[in-house]
Design a protein around this ligand. Structure first.
Ligand code: IPM
Ligand code: MG
Length: 364
């Protein structure tokens, strides 16, 4: 059904678009407009993931789509999931498609920036003085920990009780490769890494702390390394978020801390993310927000996080940093004259998803 990988034009950046579920198709359409407006250097293919793939093929990700993704330079994914699949087995849920893409493409480093745009300082639920200028990067381990650890499952005990098991497990190699990404990125920013775990209660957390400390001493003495317990980090993010530069943490803590950091900005609809593997492997780019089934199909979703995810793809996987700068500047500029309802502000017209995309394209 899809063109084979060899159909890609050789001299173009290759991007697979996976709109997924909920508001996904609406926001992906706007990213596609931006790709078109950038000119001819990017070839796109379309594919299905999540509930959309379940509907068409019975599984949340087909082998063909996985092969298509593997052959690309970048995968742009909007969002998956919805209430319809709540009572379905984990391996048949839309989320399983996303988890398989992450795992099978070995995308172990998830970069989640939390940036407060000047135009959106008042959108935060925190006081403007606390969040103004905020620029945090969470580097979340994405292919290990309790998300994938074995054993896992639910069993029935002899006494009739049920017992649910998940396993939080990390190897030193998994910790170190994530650490390299965090320290390397910190060097290009404000040179500080806060490593978060629960070494006070978990052996794997203590290993995390020891490996990060050893890597720091051996290769990154110029970067400041701070260790912080993950619960304290959750608190500090609200108390004084600008103390952070790069936060390096495991899969589960990274999931929670990145939602919290995103909310500091007051504009979940603005935040992109990148998931990267080994050099040369395709990157996966997605908004931090979910599929928002409550507003799907109404043309009110904010496409900016999707468009900014495209910008990250241009920068990290397609070798087009100038195009990335242009897209980011266009989004910033568009905010002056157009706002989707989630970031509405006095005196600025409230627009639809498509109009917001048009405003970005007009600025390019
Ligand atoms: C995220 C999401 C996913 C996760 C879900 C959809 C599986 O919450 O990307 O943060 O837990 O990793
Ligand atoms: Mg999450």
């Amino acid at each position: 059904m899809y063109p084979p990988a060899s159909d890609w034009a050789l001299d173009m950046g290759r991007v697979v678009l996976l709109p997924g579920d909920g508001i996904g198709p609406e926001i992906m359409a706007e990213a596609e407009k931006v790709i078109a407006a950038l000119g001819g250097d990017i070839a796109v293919q379309h594919g299905l993931v999540g509930g959309a793939s379940i509907a068409a093929h019975g599984v949340p990700l087909t082998d063909e789509t996985l092969a298509q993704a593997r052959a690309a330079d970048a995968v742009l994914l909007a969002c998956v999931g919805g209430p319809r699949w709540t009572n379905v087995a984990y391996d048949k849920r839309p989320e399983a498609g996303l988890l398989r893409l992450r795992k099978d493409l070995d995308l172990f480093a998830n970069l989640r920036p939390a940036i407060v745009f000047d135009a959106l300082v008042d959108a935060s639920t925190l006081k403007p003085d606390i969040v103004r200028g905020l620029d945090i990067l969470i580097v979340r381990e994405l292919t290990g920990g309790v998300y994938f650890g074995q054993p896992r499952g639910v069993e029935t005990l002899p006494d009739g009780q049920r017992r649910g098991v998940n396993t939080h497990v990390y190897t030193s190699g998994e910790i170190t490769r994530l650490g390299h990404v965090a320290f390397d990125l910190a060097r290009k920013r404000r040179s500080k890494v806060t490593s978060c775990e629960k070494s006070n209660v978990m052996e794997a957390g203590l290993l995390w702390r020891e490996e990060m400390a050893a890597l720091h001493a051996a290769e990154y003495p110029d970067v400041t390394l701070e260790h912080m317990l993950a619960d304290n980090c959750a608190m500090q993010l609200l108390r004084n978020p600008s103390q952070f530069d790069v936060i390096a943490t495991d899969n589960l803590f990274g999931d929670m801390l990145s939602d919290e950091a995103a909310m500091l900005t007051g504009s979940l609809g603005m935040l992109p993310s990148a998931s990267l593997g080994a050099p040369g492997a395709p990157g996966l780019y997605e908004p931090v927000h979910g599929s928002a089934p409550d507003i799907a199909g109404r043309g009110v979703a904010n496409p900016c996080a999707m468009i900014l995810s495209l910008a990250m793809a241009l920068r990290y996987s397609l070798g087009l940093p100038e195009a990335a700068d242009r897209v980011e500047a266009a989004v910033q500029g568009a905010l002056d004259g157009a706002r989707t309802p989630d970031i509405a502000a006095d005196g600025i017209p409230v627009v639809s998803t498509a109009q917001m995309g048009d405003a970005v394209v007009a600025r390019l």
